[in-house]
Design a protein around this ligand. Structure first.
Ligand code: UDP
Length: 495
């Protein structure tokens, strides 16, 4: 595709996990819709898996191209075809995957070296360090794509600055207030991201490097919208300066059923079967339970969830996945005839669910989520209340945002981050089926509290849609971001 004169060119570098790759593809689409030419760095399997959603639009002229590099599986001890965190046979291989991705640096730099003119901007995932070096080497402005929200950024910031978690002594059960936030947010040490765990020095060192790298970037793009968390956007801008652009919700860039169905992976359920099942349910009656792409919940724990869904006596969709222990939970389902005994009102999806398609159907009345940011925001866009069951990392912050700040969710009461990332976690807490049952009841109940929660959720959906329309805050921020890069380009030419 020929470069139009004066058309900006962004080199986009995603991270190899669905929760990062999926919104980065959406972001590429949005940039291209705003007239930016996008080149996306990718590898063979990820290009097919995540990129094919854009095939049709690219054929119709959307200015995106994929810069595909071969992936060195063997060299890094990865199974053939394994290019994403959720494909890893075990989480210990995460480091090898990251190293394999880092090896792309040389190839990307060769590409830039030979390119005239150079890209105007490198937009890279927040978890990647090397694009910072590349941007510096070629004097190209770098923007970080932060897969989280301003609320999370501020929680991390105040914890980092105050170190308040250190003063709770040895007590893991004691709650403390995160100082200086617009709301009174309380957490326990066991609910904090791994980077605040003194036993995990490797992770906190890596995070420190990320923090330094981020501070050198030209700006940050956030998948959120101002109206959702205005006070936290303001606070974050005080910390980071003006170059914070909330341009989300990114998932709303997909309008058609076919795109929603295709997003992220090959679905384990047929589009028509899924829609037929949803169409047969009453509006607002179905609970959709999905725990994201990388959570590895123990089968004993999943059984508690399954029993609560069953005892709710409501229609439900359960996305069944337990990493390398999926076989065990599937065995339980079969032995207990769980699918058979709930078949009149349940749809079990064994593998990847077409989440956007499901969530945008009017039959959905509640979303039981692990509080990954993409899922949480997709829940906001669906306008449904949520049952929150955070697992690890910033998911406990997202729960606070949903339950306490937005008041559209009910917590199951998880107290402890799951350490599956680091070790086999059989010592973790067990959330009992009663806790799920009660939270589901609260979210789905027809009384005033439930009704008010639903009303607020619908209001947020409206606000989200408005934000991305022309004249909306996210639309404006996208224009501001593009203008900022153009200005940067002019300044560099003059200097
Ligand atoms: N997702 C999906 N189907 C699944 C599981 C996940 O479409 O069966 C998508 C989901 O819509 C979201 C992303 O994968 O966009 C998961 O990102 P999130 O931040 O919610 O959680 P993570 O997987 O990173 O923990």
């Amino acid at each position: 595709m020929a470069l139009e004169q004066n058309q900006l060119h962004f080199l986009v570098i995603p991270m190899a996990a669905p929760g990062h790759y999926i919104p980065t593809i959406d972001l590429a689409k949005l940039l291209a819709q705003h007239g930016v030419r996008v080149t996306m760095v990718t590898t063979p399997v990820n290009a097919l898996r995540f990129g094919s959603i854009l095939d049709q639009e690219i054929q119709s002229g959307l200015p995106i191209c994929f810069l595909e590099f071969p992936f060195s599986y063997k060299e890094f001890g990865l199974p053939e075809g394994c290019e994403s965190v959720d494909d890893l046979p075990n989480m210990e291989m995460t480091r090898a995957l990251m190293q394999a991705y880092s090896s792309l640096q040389t190839k990307v730099e060769q590409y830039i070296e030979n390119l005239v003119p150079r890209p105007n901007c490198i937009l890279a995932d927040t978890f990647l360090l090397w694009p910072g070096e590349t941007a510096k080497k070629f004097k190209i402005p770098r923007i970080i794509f932060d897969g989280m929200n301003c609320f999370t950024q501020m929680c991390n910031h105040v914890l980092h600055v105050s170190k308040v978690y250190e003063s709770v002594g040895e007590s893991d059960s004691e709650s403390f207030v995160l100082p200086g936030l617009p709301d009174c947010i309380e957490l326990k040490r066991t609910q904090l991201p791994f980077s605040f765990d003194p036993r995990l020095k490797g992770i906190s060192d890596f995070n420190e490097k990320l923090r330094v790298s981020e501070s050198k970037a030209y700006g940050v793009v956030v998948n959120s919208f101002e109206e959702l968390e205005q006070k936290y956007v303001d606070e974050y801008q005080k910390v980071k300066g003006d170059n914070v652009w909330c341009i989300g919700p990114l998932s709303l860039c997909h309008k058609y059923e076919s795109e929603k169905f295709q997003r992220g992976n090959k679905s384990s359920v047929g589009k028509n079967d899924c829609l037929k099942w949803l169409d047969s349910q009453e509006n607002g009656s179905v609970i959709y339970a999905c725990l994201g792409s990388v959570s590895r919940v123990e089968p004993t724990q999943l059984i508690e969830l399954a029993l609560a869904l069953e005892s709710s006596k409501r229609p439900f969709i359960w996305v069944v996945r337990a990493g390398h222990k999926t076989e065990n939970i599937e065995k339980w389902i079969e032995e207990q005839e769980f699918e058979k005994r709930t078949k009149d009102r349940a749809l079990l999806i064994h593998g990847w669910a077409p989440q956007l398609l499901v969530l945008s159907h009017p039959a959905i009345g509640g979303f039981l989520t692990h509080c990954g940011w993409n899922s949480t925001l997709e829940g906001v866009c669906a306008g449904v209340p949520m049952v929150t069951w955070p697992q690890f990392q910033e998911q406990f912050y997202n729960e606070k945002l949903v339950v306490q700040v937005l008041r559209t969710g009910v917590s199951v009461g998880a107290q402890k981050t799951s350490a599956f990332w680091l070790v086999e976690d059989e010592s973790g807490e067990l959330v009992r089926s009663d806790a799920f049952h009660n939270a589901i009841e609260m979210v789905m109940e027809e009384g005033k509290e439930g009704e008010d929660r639903r009303k607020r959720a619908k209001e947020l959906r409206k606000m989200a849609n408005k934000a991305i329309e022309e004249g909306g805050s996210s639309h404006r921020n996208m224009t501001r971001l593009i203008e900022a890069i153009k200005n940067q380009e002019r300044t560099m030419k003059l200097s």
